[in-house]
Design a protein around this ligand. Structure first.
Ligand SMILES: NC(=O)c1ccc[n+]([C@@H]2O[C@H](COP(=O)([O-])OP(=O)(O)OC[C@H]3O[C@@H](n4cnc5c(N)ncnc54)[C@H](O)[C@@H]3O)[C@@H](O)[C@H]2O)c1
Length: 437
């Protein structure tokens, strides 16, 4: 392949700004610091451990992804965050209770200097939380300007060359697109008018995109996924990715479902339930926040199984998703799936999955990959929705009129082919006839 896009070098420091400094964020930050010190391996992060095959299978070329594309090295990453609580990253990591005190104590001084900036927060959008570290402003526009000031100050004080923002805040209540989200000018008027259809996450997203920062959304709320912010991204050059990290039960769902469909096995029912005891579980105990999550979790099977193409196999699928807040479990979620399937001559079978997972351990490498890949996209001049990063999401952002790709294996191919494209390497089709000529 010829004419790969020009990619600017990853020189200087990369500031990774996380909105919300809870379980996912602190596990990401502490994890990167621990990896940097050689205390633990970066398992699950493609940017650190992944390889990519180039050319034919016979060529034996499979470099590490980080040696193939110019990613920001871990040593160049500086973290910043906003939260409604005042705890520094060490204290917040202890509160989250994901990583052991032993590990955290070894990186304590580096964690303690990360103090959250005051948040843009309104209880109307996250009903189960309240905290003292919150910005004041007459209008939502004032609040967005304050976030922009925070970003500029952070960049200057930490001598950063570039910034990336990832929303790792709580799941907000369910909102659908409204006229205020239609264009940049309608959105900016709505910010001035304190319109209810602009939740806190959109204020951060607006601020980031206005400044040309790459923006990713780890949660299912709309955030940047509205026409106004996409229009803004096209002007400012911001790459966008979202929504809702694909971890835990949905990750397993998008691994199993494509396999069942590939073998044309019917699915009559898929019952998924979870118990979860962290703050995220508490927020999701509120029916309005759960609704946002439920929508995100439920769409996956419809898109993978394509009942319109295979009505006999999937049209009547009964898909139920439950999350129960159960404090004794902390961040160690347990998920159960009961899958009622049917095969040859309609004979019924069942599949049971019991996943004892650690949510934030699965999420942290994704946050790191997103930050580094989005920074790469920015330097390669790719703006707007980055479909190649749908690999990481339960509800991948997608162009209007196009259905999102949920199959993990297709998503993985898309991601790697995008990296090959960025370096002018041949895309891999897996046809393979050339080996038998
Ligand atoms: N852990 C996973 O595997 C996973 C997977 C998919 C999505 N998510 C989503 O990622 C998000 C973070 O998850 P978590 O487990 O870290 O939750 P958490 O509750 O531990 O952390 C969220 C943090 O965000 C803060 N916050 C809320 N609103 C804020 C605002 N407006 N500004 C600044 N800070 C704000 C909260 O105070 C809290 O500290 C949640 O929305 C969750 O649904 C997590």
């Amino acid at each position: 392949m010829k004419n790969p896009p020009k990619i600017a070098e990853a020189t200087g420091k990369l500031g990774v700004l996380l909105v919300g400094m809870g379980a996912v964020s602190t596990t990401t930050i502490a994890g990167v610091l621990a990896v940097r010190r050689g205390l633990a391996p970066p398992i699950g992060a493609l940017t650190q451990m992944g390889t990519i095959r180039l050319g034919k299978r016979t060529e034996g070329r499979s470099p590490l992804i980080k040696d193939f594309v110019p990613l920001a090295p871990l040593d160049s990453v500086v973290f910043g965050a906003w939260d409604i609580f005042e705890e520094n990253a060490y204290e917040a990591a202890r509160t989250a209770g994901v990583l052991e005190a032993d590990l955290l104590d070894q990186i304590r001084p580096e964690l303690e200097v990360i103090e959250p900036m005051p948040a843009v927060f309104d209880r109307r959008y996250v009903k189960r939380l309240d905290g003292p570290n919150v910005k004041k402003g007459k209008t939502k526009k004032d609040l967005a300007d304050q976030v922009i000031d925070d970003m500029r100050r952070f960049k200057k004080e930490n001598h950063c060359d570039r910034l990336v923002m990832v929303w790792c805040g709580s799941t907000e209540v369910f909102l659908t697109e409204s006229p205020a989200h239609a264009t940049v000018s309608a959105f900016e008027k709505a910010l001035e008018a304190n319109d209810d259809s602009i939740p806190s996450s959109m204020i951060y997203a607006y601020a980031a995109i206005k400044e040309g920062l790459p923006y990713a959304n780890a949660a299912p709320n709309l955030s940047a996924d509205v026409p106004a912010l996409m229009e803004l991204a096209a002007h400012s050059g911001s790459p966008l990715a979202g929504k809702d990290l694909k971890t835990g039960q949905t990750l397993i769902k998008t691994i199993i479902a494509p396999g069942l469909k590939a073998r044309l096995l019917g699915v009559e029912g898929w019952y998924s339930t979870n118990i979860l005891g962290n703050r995220d579980g508490e927020v999701l105990d509120d029916p309005e926040s759960f609704k946002t999550k439920e929508e995100s979790k439920k769409s996956v099977l419809d898109y993978i199984l394509q009942p319109n193409l295979y009505p006999e196999l999937y049209k009547d699928l009964c898909h139920v998703v439950r999350i129960n807040y159960y404090p004794p479990r902390g961040d160690n979620k347990e998920g159960w799936d009961n899958i009622d399937i049917f095969g040859w001559l309609n004979y019924k079978m069942q599949l049971k999955v019991n996943f004892l997972c650690r949510d934030s351990i699965l999420a942290a490498p994704i946050v790191l990959d997103l930050a580094l890949f989005l920074d790469l996209a920015r330097r390669a001049g790719m703006d707007g929705i980055q479909e190649w990063l749908s690999f990481y999401f339960k509800s991948p952002m997608h162009a209007r009129g196009l259905y999102p790709e949920h199959d993990l294996f297709i998503q993985s191919m898309k991601l790697k082919n995008t990296l090959r494209y960025l370096r002018g390497e041949d895309l891999i089709t897996h046809l393979g006839l050339e080996y038998y000529d």
